[in-house]
Design a protein around this ligand. Structure first.
Ligand SMILES: Nc1nc2c(ncn2[C@@H]2O[C@H](COP(=O)(O)OP(=O)(O)O[C@H]3O[C@H](CO)[C@@H](O)[C@H](O)[C@@H]3O)[C@@H](O)[C@H]2O)c(=O)[nH]1
Length: 245
């Protein structure tokens, strides 16, 4: 039977997340959001995450779909592919979320509610608004990098967002269509910044709700030097409206 509730699709990019993915789907099944769907976008993970995703699609208590891609192509590309598929399949709200359990699934109901009851075009699960936090031990290097990245992009692009690089967000489908997600090219942290920049440039509002961010317990971050370099250049590229390649 068709549900009257908005269709909420959680898009989860995965690369080597076989330990984390079943736990994440389990958590999502328990948050009590009606008409919740999960779309896993796997880039042919060598650890077999794609097979784990297929098993979840067959057995999970909530609808799980899998988009298999042939090779590792970056987080941004995976999100673009996943978001376009979610929109194609009628999502009203699209949630972006990491697979590594660093983003608290329990906050999704509040994010969806905030979208429904305010003029927010997108709601960010934010570490840096009052009530937000980073749990566990982040080394000084990671803290400094995150603080610097936020100061840097806000200074250049005037986004006025406390957690501009956050990867946990709930979008109205209409916002994603308006910002033309298909044309977004940046791939690492810069992907999040470019999405925010397009939202603000189109005169739409970003709202942040606090989250407690957990450091991943299993697997490793895929952040590379190339991702950091892209993030350093991207705000200038956006400011001057040009592509740097
Ligand atoms: N399909 C696919 N998934 C990927 C790829 N690279 C990373 N992922 C997936 O994307 C999610 C985040 O990847 P991490 O490598 O754990 O990201 P991070 O460096 O910890 O960065 C996080 O924090 C940043 C700062 O807040 C965010 O900007 C970023 O989006 C992410 O949330 C994980 O689910 C990971 O498996 C890829 O090339 N392809």
């Amino acid at each position: 039977m068709e549900s009257n509730s908005p269709k909420v699709t959680v898009v989860v990019p995965t690369y080597n997340e076989r330990e984390n993915l079943p736990k994440l789907v389990d958590l999502l099944a328990g948050i009590g959001v009606e008409n919740l769907h999960v779309l896993i976008v796997d880039d042919n993970s060598p650890d077999g995450t794609g097979d784990v995703a297929d098993e979840l699609a067959a057995s999970a208590p909530i609808p799980v779909d899998v988009l298999h891609r042939t090779e590792k192509d970056g987080l941004g590309r995976a999100y673009v592919a996943g978001i376009l598929r979610a929109l194609d399949r009628g999502a009203d709200v699209v949630v972006q979320m990491d697979a590594d359990l660093s983003h608290p699934a329990s906050v999704i109901p509040r994010m969806v509610e905030t979208l429904a009851t305010t003029d927010a075009a997108v709601v960010i699960g934010s570490r840096y608004v009052p009530g937000g936090a980073v749990a566990g031990e982040w080394g000084w290097h990671r803290k400094a990098l995150s603080a610097w990245a936020n100061f840097y992009v806000n200074a250049i692009l005037r986004l006025r967002v406390k957690d501009a690089t956050a990867g946990f967000k709930a979008w109205h489908a209409a916002t994603l269509r308006k910002i033309d997600v298909a044309s977004i090219r940046s791939n690492g942290y810069a992907f999040q910044v470019e999405m925010n920049h397009r939202t603000v440039k189109n005169g739409m509002r970003i709202v942040e709700v606090p989250i407690k961010f957990e450091e991943r317990a299993e697997g490793a971050s895929k952040m590379s030097l190339a991702v950091q370099l892209e993030s350093a250049l991207m705000p200038w590229k956006l400011l001057f409206g040009r592509r740097l390649g």
